[in-house]
Write a protein that binds this ligand. Structure first.
Ligand code: ZN
Length: 396
């Protein structure tokens, strides 16, 4: 931690003193943790941000789990950045009612915002618990990840694992799914917005990188999205690779899914093009998009006659093992329902029609393909049709 209390009750931020001053301070002053009141040790080496540490025997409620110099440096930089904008920001305030100490606490008009700069992996239950604490106190939490966890693969594509899923923000229904990263070494924010998952641990999204000093706090709430064209062109490639994936590159659940298709008298090369479409709430699913979407199509819609009706509830029931509860995503403030989003896409593609809230009729039968060539062509046509409908552009 960056701050401690002196025996006179003053709060000291060690990093605001010079090395000589720190040496003097250490000689003449005792420091205490503002949360647990135990003595803490001042640490100031040439390569680290001067900070305080608990003794190894401490049982402090807010003792950090060894987040290290990267975290301390970033926290201090973020604090100075906010302070320079003349915001009402405080560092490491201990909130006794919830026994938590956010890295930064901002008061902005009627809102209180806690900023957590998370660089280490801690148990997901701890993250969920801390967010619950903030919600109880009416505090808006914002989690910024250390850029050491940012794993870019291509311009618009990154790897995201289960742990990082916890930090996806969605403040309102029209706010794109957003992940924040900050690098204290290059002084840059990385915003990853409008995420779509073509596979479990891979997301397509809009990556923007900003110099710390070119940004103000409220810029964190700006939105930048993928263009429909970017999304669907990327998706086209994904789908093509999925259609032609050699069997030696299929493992685990994907193999089981291939077998399930076989039992249902079909295979991936034959599947209708409406299986494996992008829906933003895919992050809630425990299975790949092609897996649950095909189960919904083959299990419910395909066996029905045109004109027959079904409900969202029936689809949710069929897929209940596939969906994670929203409580697993503490920063999602919306109802993000992947199954409903998928049904809405099917409606846009004129496969089904919503007749009253959450009830649909089947409009057109599915087209199964006989050859991989016609499947690949059909996939392209479907996505081109969608791009045209939504942008008015003729796709390349
Ligand atoms: Zn303490």
């Amino acid at each position: 931690m960056l701050q401690a209390k002196t025996e006179y009750g003053d709060i000291i931020t060690l990093a605001t003193f010079t090395q000589t001053e720190i040496t003097l301070l250490k000689k003449h002053t005792q420091f205490y943790c503002p949360a647990c009141q135990e003595p803490v040790i001042a640490k100031a080496g040439s390569k680290m941000t001067p900070h305080f540490a608990h003794t190894s025997k401490s049982s402090c409620p807010v003792r950090e789990g060894g987040e290290g110099p990267y975290h301390e440096k970033g926290k201090l930089l973020l604090y100075q950045w906010l302070k320079n904008q003349r915001l009402d920001v405080r560092l490491e305030v201990y909130l006794p009612t919830i026994s938590q100490r956010p890295d930064l606490l901002i008061r902005l008009r009627s809102k209180t915002i806690a900023i957590e700069y998370q660089c280490a992996r801690i148990p997901p239950a701890d993250i969920i618990k801390r967010n619950e604490g903030y919600h109880r106190e009416g505090i808006v939490p914002i989690w910024i990840l250390g850029a050491n966890q940012f794993n870019r693969r291509k311009r618009n594509e990154i790897r995201i694992d289960q742990f990082q899923l916890l930090f996806i923000h969605q403040f309102s229904a029209d706010f794109p799914l957003t992940l924040y990263f900050f690098c204290p070494n290059t002084l840059r924010f990385i915003l990853l917005q409008d995420l779509y998952f073509p596979a479990m641990q891979r997301a397509i999204g809009n990556v923007t990188i900003h110099k710390l000093n070119d940004m103000v706090f409220t810029d964190l709430f700006n939105t930048s999205t993928l263009t429909p064209r970017d999304l669907w062109q990327n998706w086209k490639k994904e789908k093509r690779l999925f259609r032609i994936r050699p069997s030696r590159q299929r493992f685990g659940r994907e193999l089981l899914w291939d077998q399930w298709l076989y039992v249902n008298s079909t295979h991936r090369e034959a599947l209708p093009s409406i299986v494996y479409l992008p829906v933003s709430a895919q992050f809630r699913m425990k299975t790949q998009p092609w897996d649950w979407q095909s189960r919904l199509c083959l299990g419910i819609i395909h066996p029905m006659a045109t004109g027959e009706t079904f409900s969202l509830q029936r689809c949710m029931h069929l897929l209940r093992q596939h969906i994670r509860n929203l409580t697993a995503f503490p920063l999602i403030q919306t109802e993000a329902n992947p199954v409903y989003q998928y049904l809405q896409l099917l409606e846009q593609l004129m496969v089904i029609k919503e007749i009253d809230p959450y009830h649909f009729t089947k409009q057109n039968p599915f087209i199964f393909y006989e050859h991989i060539e016609s499947a690949l062509k059909g996939d392209e046509l479907l996505m081109d049709q969608w791009i045209k409908q939504n942008t008015g552009m003729i796709p390349e």
